[in-house]
Every structure is written in structure tokens, then in C-alpha cells.
Design a protein around this ligand. Structure first.
Ligand code: 13P
Length: 251
């Protein structure tokens, strides 16, 4: 039985004060979280410290939305893995489509970050997904396969236990358009099959694959009930405590 993993990506929203209020509202809903049902939030960097102090002793996990590819040094504007660990981050989101498409991060850069995080035993959520043009030209599986192959280059079987994959079709992010549960499940199934060819079917079977892209309280249940969808990576709806709590308690 695979774990369930519900995650909220707050993107570039919330000051420290706002983040503190939001996380306090979410904490009670995370009480049922445990090793089998994980709940994570990824506030902006500037709110990580305060959110970490508030969630101490709870089951909420603290995520970061990105990190720099180097350990330390002259890298103006970057945040290092050590800095994230220092403020209690245990999961980092890498390769989000906004990083790929707005900030031109390529698979090679993302792979450097993946390897650095895993070297420090940090959990990662590696995001993959196709654009609308790619979907319409029938290239979805090919695009996702390349992103996985390059993103996970050099990642060992042992390290795979720290990896979650998030399938986020670019055209579904922030648009109100969701992949149908069946379409999402088909791509998740493709991802699992591809990873079983890269690693082993036993490891691919254990791997948690989240869906992301306009996940809301009304569609979380139907997505989560698909056999290959093990979690969700939520953007907009994770900024509203009531909505995110409904998603955590999906049926
Ligand atoms: P939305 O839920 O706002 O579409 O964002 C999805 C996402 O990008 C999560 O990482």
C-alpha cells in the first residue's frame, strides 16, 4: 500500500504574519497525518522560519519551493540546502513548471539540485508535465519521460525512497482546467511503468505520484480515488485554510 501525500505550494504569497495565521488554521486538520498520510506546506522562503516554529511537535511537514544547485558560495539571490535544513525544511519542490518555463530552468540544472538534495537526505518532489501544445501534438508521454530520465539521472535505487513525483500538466496550473481523473491516471500509470524500467517494478510500485493543476475541494476526491494517484500538489486552494482542509479530508 502506497502512502498518501497532500501538499500545498503557496508560491509567492503570504507575508510572515499571514503565513503564521494560515498555518495555525491548518494544523488541526493535520492531526490525523502520520507515516501513511503525509501533509506538507511550502510557504515562501521568508516565512519558513516562523512557520517552522509554529508547526513544531505537529505532523505537518515543512517544504520549500526551490533551492540553489550549490552547497554555498558566491551565488547572489540563491538559497542553499543548508539554509533550508536550518529552518526545519524536510522536503523541497524541484522542477516546478514555473521554474522551468518562467525562469528557464532546464533538466540539467534541476538534476543538479535533485542530486544535491538527495545527497543531504532531503526529500524531494520532482515536478514534471507537458504544455498545451505538447499535449495536443500527442507528446505528453515523451515529454514526461525525458524530464524523468534527465531529472533523475544519477539517482540510486536507495535514494528513490526520498523521491515523490508530481505530475502537473502546465495547461492545468492556475487555469481552472483539470486533467480528467482518467487522463491524469493514464499519465501516472505511464510514469510508474517508465520508472519500473529505470529502477524496478517493486520500487516503482512504492513511489508516490501526486497530481497538481487546479486541484480544489470538489475534485480532490475523484482524483485521489484513481489507482495511480497517491497525492495532490495544490496551489491556489492551499492558500485558503477551509479549502485546503477539505482537500486533506477528501473522500
Ligand atoms: P493550482 O492549484 O493553483 O493550479 O497550482 C498548482 C501548482 O502549480 C502546484 O504546484
Amino acid at each position: 500500500m502506497r502512502n498518501i501525500f497532500i501538499a500545498g505550494n503557496w508560491k509567492m504569497h503570504k507575508t510572515s504574519k499571514e503565513a503564521e495565521a494560515l498555518v495555525k488554521a491548518i494544523i488541526p486538520a493535520s492531526h490525523n497525518a502520520d507515516g501513511k498520510k503525509k501533509v506538507m506546506i511550502a510557504p515562501p522562503f521568508t516565512a519558513l522560519y516562523v512557520v517552522n516554529t509554529v508547526i513544531k511537535g505537529t505532523n505537518l511537514m515543512l517544504g520549500a519551493q526551490n533551492m540553489g544547485p550549490e552547497e554555498k558560495g558566491a551565488h547572489t539571490g540563491e538559497i542553499s540546502i543548508g539554509m533550508l535544513m536550518d529552518v526545519g525544511v524536510s522536503v523541497v519542490i524541484l522542477g516546478h513548471s514555473e521554474r522551468r518555463h518562467v525562469y528557464q530552468e532546464n533538466d540539467e540544472l534541476i538534476n543538479r539540485k535533485v542530486k544535491l538534495a538527495l545527497k543531504h537526505k532531503m526529500e524531494i518532489i520532482l515536478c514534471v508535465g507537458e504544455t498545451l501544445d505538447e499535449r495536443e501534438s500527442g507528446a505528453t508521454n515523451k515529454v514526461v519521460e525525458e524530464q524523468l530520465k534527465r531529472g533523475l539521472n544519477g539517482v540510486s535505487e536507495e535514494q528513490l525512497s526520498k523521491v515523490t513525483i508530481a505530475y502537473e500538466p502546465v495547461w492545468a496550473i492556475g487555469t481552472g482546467k483539470t486533467a480528467t481523473p482518467q487522463d491524469a491516471d493514464d499519465t501516472h500509470s505511464f510514469i510508474r511503468d517508465f520508472l519500473s524500467s529505470l529502477y524496478s517494478s517493486a520500487l516503482a510500485d512504492e513511489l508516490v505520484i501526486q497530481y497538481g493543476g487546479s486541484v480544489k475541494p470538489h475534485n480532490a476526491g475523484e482524483l485521489m480515488n484513481m489507482s495511480n494517484i497517491d497525492g495532490v500538489l495544490v496551489g491556489g486552494a492551499s492558500l485558503i485554510a477551509e479549502d485546503f482542509i477539505k482537500i486533506i479530508n477528501y473522500e
